[in-house]
Ligand binder design. Structure first.
Ligand SMILES: C[S@@+](CC[C@H](N)C(=O)[O-])C[C@H]1O[C@@H](n2cnc3c(N)ncnc32)[C@H](O)[C@@H]1O
Length: 194
């Protein structure tokens, strides 16, 4: 493993990540939204997350900027990062497949929205966010730069903590006791950690 291979792995898997999302984003445009918790806060959170997980690391891969934040490359960390990134991508795919037409990039409830509680959603109620956390850790391990590497954890962390309470409230308003019972038997992003 070399720094160049580590960057190629990061970009290749990021493209795969984008392609998975693109397919479901196109499909979801056809599904009517009946209620939503979108607003300026959601837009700001999405932009912050996109910067940390996308723009900052891609600028680094393309140009080496910010150079002052570089540190020495460790092949073992990059191997671990590749493993985490592949696991994150697999989880990301499974969550999109399970949510199907119920998926949306933000906080929307669709017409005939179904509460998904099986498959990868059986023991964890936010496995897509688990995949994002895993991906953000992979980014930190693959890119030897304090800013570009850790921007994903910071950017996604801000989105996660700024959104999760509102998303669960929206689900409770929509599904009531079914979601309450689902919350009682699942962990947020890790089984058995509520
Ligand atoms: C970006 S997706 C993230 C889904 C989930 N938080 C996760 O991490 O796997 C957000 C949308 O998914 C929907 N959603 C969240 N949990 C759901 C579930 N268990 N079943 C169906 N839709 C869900 C919400 O309506 C929200 O608009």
């Amino acid at each position: 493993m070399t720094p160049a291979i580590s960057k190629i792995i990061f970009v290749g898997l990021a493209v795969a990540w984008y392609l998975i999302r693109y397919k479901y984003a196109r499909r979801s445009r056809r599904e009517k939204v009946v209620s939503s918790a979108r607003g300026p806060l959601e837009t700001a959170l999405l932009l912050i997350s996109l910067s940390g997980l996308g723009l900052v690391p891609l600028l680094y891969v393309a140009t080496g900027i910010p150079r002052f934040a570089a540190y020495s490359f460790h092949p073992a960390l990059a191997w671990l990062g590749s493993f985490f990134a592949i696991a994150a991508l697999g989880m990301f795919y499974l969550t999109h497949r399970a949510l199907g037409r119920n998926w949306s990039v933000s906080l929307d409830v669709r017409e005939n929205h179904r509460l998904v509680t099986e498959g990868i959603y059986r023991r964890v109620r936010h496995p897509m966010y688990s995949a994002f956390w895993l991906w953000a850790v992979a980014q930190a391990l693959l890119l030897p730069n304090w800013i570009a590497g850790f921007a994903g954890l910071v950017g996604f962390g801000i989105l996660f903590f700024g959104r999760i309470g509102r998303e669960e409230r929206l689900m409770l308003e929509t599904f009531g006791d079914s979601y309450r019972a689902y919350m009682a038997r699942t962990g947020r992003i890790f089984p058995s950690i509520r």
